[in-house]
Design a protein around this ligand. Sequence first.
Ligand SMILES: [Zn+2]
Length: 577
Amino acid sequence: MAGRIPEDKIDEVRSAADIVDVISAYIPLRKRGRNFLGLCPFHNEKTPSFSVSPDRQIYHCFGCGKGGNVFSFLMEYEKSSFIDVVTSLAEKYGVALPRYEEKPDAITERLLYAHKVAVEYYQANLMKPAYRDKVNAYLFEKRGLNQASIEKFQIGLATDDWQGLVEYAAKKDLKPQELTEAGLASKSDKDGKYYDRFRMRLMIPIFNITGKIIGFGGRTLKKGEQAKYVNSPETPLYNKSFVLYGLNFAKGPIREAGSMIIVEGYFDLISLVQAGIENVVAVSGTAFTPQQARLLSRFAQKAYLFFDADSAGRSAALRSVENFFNAGIDPVIVSPPAKHDPDTFVREYGATGVLRLLDEGVSYISFRFNRVDSRALSLGEKEKVAKEIQSLAAKIDDPLRRELFLSDASDRLNLPLTTLQSQRPQADAQPKTPEKVRNINIIEAEFLSLFSARPVLIESVWNEISPDDLKGPGHAAIYSRMIKTYRDTGEIVPDRMIEQVDDPVEKSGLTLIATLEWGDLDLAEVVRDYRQMLLNQKREGQIGGLREKLAAAEKKGDRTEAEKLSHEIKYLLEKRP
Ligand SMILES: [Zn+2]
């Protein structure tokens, strides 16, 4: 590709190409706190000092001092030019770059200019006496907006002129072809003339993340009009799977609040912002895409899905709920009372009412299986629920997030965790890359490898975690061999242990453990994390087992036994962190 890539396209690529995603395709990274750590590819080192921050989307090497963003990483690593890096990332992450051979800037700039001219025209129309009554009735009376909101969101009006914008734009040196390319006009097949795309509609500008207008949503002002909303088509500026309405305003407030509210419509968002709730974005009718989830996950990890109960947007968001889990976002389902949407709700109950409603939001599992209790289910129903949970879990790539999701489901549904974990459905399972099959077995292997790095740490866990608690291949035997070796010699050396072992499973387990390195991390701290993960795992297993016994006792009508088991379960539940 010749020439420069437009600035906002570069932003779009940077937003789409998550730095952890990109770098871990080149070097193995492991999560440490909020960052990821690995061996620096730019200098020779044995202990990892190369740190990647998903929050800030940058990397930094504490060894050689190299650092930068996703683009500089690839330029340095692949020895390629900026343009090549952006182009290949755009292709990989599905960002459409404008296709032209020369002067790419000029075209994008013309499209942005067309939108600028259009918004000027639409805003001026809002003041025209002929339309004032209609506009006031809708914006002020029906929607309850104030002047400040209308200005902030740059709302305007497309009149019932057939060529109002085409003519206005001509005076501003814009060709009708350019308006057409911007999705603001179209050429008639009948007479070959150009006509405005939007007529008799309130025009709501759609901004990109940097605040430039890249499209419009048009709300009809005609009674009985079939299409309530008409939106701009996709253009070189406007890629619907990446854009979230209002994100340009909401970035800061979302970071501050640590959460975001996702609504369906423009006016839902505008009303909430007008009421002082600013951490809001709108999906505006489109399905919720993985790209949008990844983009949002950079600002906060909790999302309130605030839709009217039977809206299309709600069903769409729920159908693609794995996009949230995959991006590490915890979705909370908010249910306004019947016949309310966020817009009508906030106007009736105010910001405090909204905050209370958000507080009453429930997790996806609670929402989906509302009132489902495995004890009341038939075996067949139980199996159906378990299958649904498993198939959703199979779409969650990250093993820890998948485990957390399953343990949450097991807790809320009173289904043993082991039932949910078993048999990941084959039909849904997609071919996974090796890093994605990392699961609880790997966690155990990493746990064991800690003791070859710092043998003394084994003393801090052996009272609480016994060999039987480890379920991975050969792990129980390896752990008990490590404890014995340490007691005998004060050392744990996997290479030496490999020679003493005959069992092939144990041998290969030890070989893996011997390859894991920890560098100069604070291992005492790391071992505490792993200890906690394994204790949680153990406790959930126990709870699951007790729940099965409880179900059996209740079936038999053995009330003394049932009561005893309930107490044990309750005791374990209280120990949950
Ligand atoms: Zn380095």
